[in-house]
Write a protein that binds this ligand. Structure first.
Ligand code: NAD
Length: 424
């Protein structure tokens, strides 16, 4: 079960990269990029491997392998997560780091893209071993990271506790406080209160912008959400509080449906008590497959990749899909959705709220000036709306999908920064 979950998260991210990479070739062509430009984009600026020994609880020493890829820093210091995974490779990290550069350029925050991690299954380590592995990795890469070089963050199988060890080890090496070295920290050590809900907040902000061009009215708009974890549950709660009707939600055990709308606060309570959303009173149990094809206005996949695929795409009834999960739509299905006139709000735009709030955490740490929640939310909205407008303008001018427009905008911005620097 644990191994399955590890595989799920990793393969889901790999899928996201593949989808964007496939579309990227079209974007390069569309932008008529020269070979100099594509060569520059196709290679990471710096990628390296470190090998380091760690004392294990058994008394023996074990060697570990760590990586860091700093893909492109034309727009600012590189930024990206640290992932612990037994099948991590430098190749996969290259793709993730490139995607981070794209996301940061798309939401116009002054960062490039990075990604790194350690080849390890965290479930096989004690807490003490996990801490020693983390600190040893940071000692190896400390010369190459920093608030104005490369800023790590949590990713699959790393969390705020691991970010604290990174912070502490880095500060010990440098002999001074450097809170801006890492984001995703606990609030008490300079982290952001809003980070936990940032991805959902950012996605909903984009959705509301998109709805302005439709005749959908909040009170009669029905929404189905797949996944009731950090992103799906928070999205459901925020939308419910804003007055939308959530007709279906699901988790790994299955889904529930009520045409008149579910009381999401009660569903959250029910899941707390029973561990699942299923068997909620005043609702009908449905399968995840049924949730995806539910009669609703908006479908929000917020669980796994490849959920909307060739098998079910023709039965999708929603006219708007907000991709909060990474790569929930396969390439083939995406094409059919476009043909069917469905508005697909792509993952790289829809779920970028997290990295935006990480950028705000970095600014606050640098200035030692901490904002209240209202200010963070206000600035998040502004950033997301700007990104939406940039994408929307390209869509209108070029009559292309939002995914193509988003990638195009980001690539153009990176190339422009490289030109300004004289690198092209
Ligand atoms: P999570 O692990 O907290 O939640 C995942 C949810 O999906 C759980 O409710 C789980 O029960 C449900 N699920 C699993 N299998 C399912 C199935 N077959 N059908 C329906 N539901 C199923 O994860 P999360 O942090 O909420 O992330 C969800 C998605 O959003 C992932 O694709 C993730 O990569 C993406 N994402 C998350 C963030 C973030 O800030 N957490 C940022 C960007 C993208």
């Amino acid at each position: 079960m644990i191994t399955n979950n590890i595989e799920r998260i990793h393969s889901e991210s790999v899928q996201t990269c593949n989808l964007c990479m496939m579309e990227m070739e079209n974007v390069y062509e569309n932008l008529s990029l020269s070979s100099e430009e594509t060569d520059l984009l196709d290679m990471p600026k710096r990628s390296f491997t470190v090998h380091f020994p760690v004392h294990m609880d058994s008394g023996k020493t074990k060697m570990f392998v760590g990586y860091r890829v700093q893909y492109n820093d034309a727009r600012g210091p590189t930024k990206g997560g640290i992932r612990y995974h037994p099948e991590l490779t430098l190749d996969t990290l290259n793709n993730f780091a490139f995607l981070m550069a794209i996301k940061c350029a798309l939401v116009d925050i002054p960062f490039g893209g990075a990604k790194g991690g350690i080849v390890v299954n965290t479930k096989e380590l004690s807490r003490g071993e996990l801490e020693r592995v983390t600190r040893a990795y940071i000692r190896e890469i400390s010369d190459y990271i920093g608030p104005f070089k490369d800023i790590p963050a949590p990713d699959a199988y790393t969390d705020k506790h691991i970010m604290v060890w990174i912070l502490d080890e880095f500060e010990k090496i440098k002999g001074k406080h450097v809170p801006s070295i890492v984001t995703g920290k606990p609030v008490e050590l300079g982290g952001s209160k809003v980070r936990k809900i940032a991805t959902s907040l950012g996605g909903i902000c984009i959705l509301e912008e998109a709805l302005k061009s439709t005749d959908l009215d909040k009170s009669t708009t029905s929404i189905a959400i797949q996944g009731f974890g950090n992103v799906g549950k928070n999205a459901a709660q925020i939308l419910y509080r804003e007055g939308y009707s959530i007709c279906a939600v699901s988790d790994s055990s299955g889904g529930i449906f009520n045409r008149g709308g579910l009381d999401i606060l009660k569903v959250i309570e029910h899941k707390k008590q029973t561990g699942t959303v299923t068997d909620f009173p005043d609702s009908k149990n449905i399968s995840n497959e049924e949730l995806l094809t539910t009669d609703c206005n908006i479908l929000i996949p917020a669980a796994l990749s490849r959920q909307i695929n060739q098998e079910n795409v023709r039965n999708i009834k929603a006219k708007i899909i907000l991709e909060l999960a990474n790569a929930p739509t396969t390439m083939d299905a995406n094409r059919l959705l476009v043909d069917q006139g469905v508005m697909v709000i792509p993952d790289i735009l829809a779920n970028a709220g997290g990295v935006v709030v990480s950028y705000f955490e970095w600014i606050q740490n640098l200035n030692q000036d901490y904002w209240d929640e209202e200010k963070v939310r206000e600035k998040l909205d502004k950033t997301m709306i700007n990104a939406f407008n940039s994408v929307n303008t390209i869509c209108a001018e070029e009559k292309c999908t939002m995914r193509r427009a988003a990638l195009q905008f980001a690539i153009k911005s990176i190339i422009h920064a490289e030109r300004l620097r004289g690198n092209l």
